[in-house]
Design a protein around this ligand. Structure first.
Ligand code: PLP
Length: 493
């Protein structure tokens, strides 16, 4: 066949060591079923430490809040509670989970759209509330008054930042108070001063653009100045999440795959997708239209490196000095809310191969014991190959080798919606029934964000795995809900 177009995942030391443990992984799936969600709590602690090191580099302090919505796991939350990180919760259930995992209210921030119950429990326990808009502020203040609750610390979520000089596009958001309405928002806060204490401002932008975020951070620092002019002493600037993950090991593979995909859409090479699916691209009489609706899977600037870049960006309207310097000089705490970036390398989904067959058109169809919603790579637009467990060369052998093959991965449904990949996935050899595929680096959204109990098929079980001792040692596991940080010490004892 033609040269395989691999998209080899970026796998760091700890998950790479786990992938070599074929017997251990087979034992887990044998006991607990396929698909199986596996999380690596210790990796999360390492990721927190990397963000903290970047804070130190810029001499900044403040909370690193994990955006809980990225993963439901209890093991991850409990391990996180044993670090210096905080939790960003966006629902009543997430708040309860954070409290029950060991986060004290001073380490919890409530964000996102809120129900009355969520607001009440947040206020009752004294977590910081990231207030989205005027109506939410009024609702929160009314609850605090009618239940005689203590004063709640709040942050104002801002949006629609404008650049004073050159026009930089800041995308409009459904969320937050536009900065031009700050004045009236502050009057509203004044009116509720018995119920709430304003401690700062924040934003969350769903963009990869450092420029857009730098503009928002600069605007937030100016908003902090405005707060001070009104006699408030704000101390926290929250820059939200969206630091991103680099999923792929090789830039060339990403370039080549997307180039070939474009050619395939134009009919200039054999198809790379199921029944002409274009991932946002289409052929208009020989002209390419649309744009690839994909996550930029190869993303060298991600995680704490992205934070570094953002903090180093200059603030043109504030003397052109770096944003981090402005935060430091004002003694403002920096708050970040990474979801995806904090669970980078923290989990994988294992799925067993049930059947391998050829379609009438000659395509290889690999049916897995899993549903498409168990492995949301397609939904999240992340192009990344699974790893065939037990194949010596998990690195995919750059040039393929003779056994390399392109396949489509299917789930339980005999519908197109049941496809786990609508793109051709290249594997080092054709899988056999009983083989295990590992979808690595899926702890951020991909693992359980879409999981349902459709067809009365079980939702994937979750396990936490770890190694005793600093330099490896045998792998241990527990059911996700049985994991507590103390298990590690017990193992070591
Ligand atoms: C989803 C979300 C985050 C996390 O976003 P990531 O892209 O996963 O880092 C942070 N803050 C808010 C308010 C969010 O809605």
């Amino acid at each position: 066949m033609a040269l395989p177009l691999y998209l080899e995942p970026r796998v760091e030391t700890r998950p790479a060591a786990l992938l070599r443990e074929e017997r251990f992984l087979r034992g887990l799936v044998g006991a607990l079923g396929s698909p199986l969600n596996v999380v690596l709590p210790d990796q999360l602690a390492d990721n927190v430490a990397r963000f903290r090191a970047m804070y130190r580099k810029h001499q900044l302090s403040g909370p690193i809040c994990f955006a809980h919505k990225a993963n439901r796991s209890s093991a991850l939350m409990r391990r996180l509670a044993a670090t210096d990180a905080s939790a960003d919760v966006a629902s009543l259930g997430e708040l309860q989970h954070a409290l029950g995992s060991g986060f004290t209210p001073d380490r919890i921030m409530a964000t996102g759209p809120k129900t009355p119950e969520f607001l009440w429990l947040a206020a009752r326990t004294g977590v910081t509330v990231h207030v989205d808009n005027r109506a939410e502020l009024d609702q929160l203040a009314a609850l605090i008054r009618s239940y005689a609750l203590p004063r709640v610390r709040i942050l104002l979520r801002l949006s629609a930042f404008e650049s004073p000089g050159v026009k930089v596009l800041s995308r409009t958001s459904r969320f937050g108070t536009p900065v031009r309405e700050l004045e009236s928002a502050l009057s509203a806060v004044d009116g509720h001063s018995g119920a709430v204490e304003l401690i700062g401002v924040g934003f969350h932008l769903d963009t990869t653009s450092v420029g857009e975020k730098a503009l928002a951070l600069e605007g937030s620092i100016r908003a902090m100045d405005e707060l001070r002019e009104r006699g408030v002493s704000p101390r926290v600037v929250d820059i939200g999440g969206g630091f991103g993950v680099n999923y792929l090991a090789h830039h060339e593979q990403w370039e080549r795959y997307t180039t070939e995909l474009t050619r395939a859409v134009l009919g200039r090479r054999p198809p790379l997708t199921w029944r002409g699916h274009g991932y946002g691209l289409r052929d208009d009489a020989g002209t390419l239209r649309g744009s690839l609706a994909l996550y930029p899977a190869y993303r060298p600037l991600a995680g704490e490196q992205y934070l570094d870049e953002l903090l180093s960006a200059p603030a043109p309207s504030l003397g052109g000095r770096p944003l981090s310097t402005l935060l430091l000089e004002n003694l403002y705490d920096l708050c970040v809310e990474p979801g995806r970036a904090l669970v980078d390398q923290c989990g994988l989904v294992l799925a067993r191969v049930l059947e391998v067959r050829r379609t009438e058109a000659g395509e290889h169809l690999v049916r897995l014991e899993a549903k498409a919603d168990d492995i949301g790579l397609e939904d999240h637009g992340v192009f990344m190959d699974p790893v065939l467990i037990g194949h010596e060369d998990t690195g995919h052998g750059r040039d393929g080798g003779d056994d390399a093959v392109g396949v489509y991965l299917a789930g339980g449904l005999c519908l197109e919606a049941g496809l786990i990949s609508r793109r051709t996935v290249f594997l080092p050899r054709l899988p056999r029934p009983g083989d295990l595929l590992a979808f690595v680096n899926t702890a951020g959204y991909v693992m359980d964000f879409q999981a349902t109990g459709a067809q009365r098929l079980p939702v994937a079980r979750g396990v936490a795995v770890w190694q005793d001792g600093e330099d490896g040692g045998p792998w241990q596991w527990s059911l996700d809900e049985q994991y507590w940080p103390t298990l590690r010490q017990e193992g070591q004892a």
